[in-house]
Design a protein around this ligand. Structure first.
Ligand code: SF4
Ligand code: SF4
Length: 83
């Protein structure tokens, strides 16, 4: 599967990534981060094609794109990104 990981503490909630995603895989979350911004999150089971447009457009380098990973790899990478 393909998916993205968002570093929620880096994200400023500008929504540029939501606008650019061709598959509507990204949504804004309902809970603020430590800085008071509402970060985005991956829409579960959405059809990400790993095009990386979201990661490219993000001015805060908050998105990591994972291509062809299984669930265990995705969980491990998420832990790595979020420390
Ligand atoms: S990699 Fe492409 S399809 Fe996947 S969430 Fe980002 S913009 Fe959307
Ligand atoms: S483009 Fe980056 S900073 Fe803006 S909402 Fe998306 S992840 Fe957050």
């Amino acid at each position: 599967m393909n998916k993205i990981i968002v570093d929620s503490e880096r994200c400023k909630g500008c929504c540029l990534c939501i606008d650019v995603c061709p598959k509507n895989c990204i949504e804004q979350s309902g809970a603020p981060n430590a800085a008071g911004y509402y970060p985005v999150q991956f829409v579960l089971d959405s059809d990400c094609i790993a095009c990386a447009l979201c990661g490219t457009v993000c001015p805060d380098v908050a998105i990591t794109v994972l291509r062809d990973v299984d669930e265990d790899e995705a969980v491990a990478k998420a832990a790595e990104v979020k420390g």
